[in-house]
Design a protein around this ligand. Structure first.
Ligand code: RB5
Length: 145
């Protein structure tokens, strides 16, 4: 499984820390940018990651200032279930209940340790299936309208 990363300038430092965190676990990562502190537009990186995740059935981690705008953008791409997470519990739930294939964090919202725990919650959780399968299917069916 490959983990695609993207951020804007506000999420750059946290993204770099999270990439290292995943690499230390032996996971395969690719950073699709941004690569500098220059001000940029978060939708550009959200779309780049979301399209890779959808096409390759991969997973993604996006970081902007709040984790909001980059999540809204990613969810516009068919096949994406992006969730903004803030802590270990929301990370776990994003996988167990929502089967999120992209998680989003706010570099101006969570500190690095909290962010790593949130990501670990998502990485280590399993989709709960059962009643959640039908609910997630209803989300995905919205794309057919
Ligand atoms: C950039 O200033 C900021 O708007 C962006 O990182 C993000 O928080 C948007 O949702």
């Amino acid at each position: 499984m490959k983990y695609y990363f993207g951020s804007d300038h506000a999420g750059l430092e946290l993204k770099k820390a999270l990439i290292e965190h995943l690499k230390q676990k032996g996971l395969k990562t690719e950073d699709l940018g941004t690569h500098s502190q220059d001000s940029c537009d978060y939708p550009d990186y959200a779309i780049a990651v979301a399209e890779k995740v959808a096409k390759e059935n991969a997973l993604g981690i996006l970081v902007c200032g709040t984790g909001i705008g980059i999540c809204m953008s990613a969810n516009k791409v068919d096949g994406i279930r992006a969730a903004t997470i803030h802590n270990e519990f929301t990370g776990q739930m994003a996988k167990e209940h929502n089967n999120a294939n992209i998680i989003c964090l706010g570099g101006r919202v969570v500190d690095e340790q909290t962010a790593k725990k949130a990501v670990d919650g998502w990485l280590e959780a399993k989709f709960g299936e059962g009643r959640h399968t039908g609910r997630v299917k209803k989300i995905m069916d919205i794309e057919k309208h």
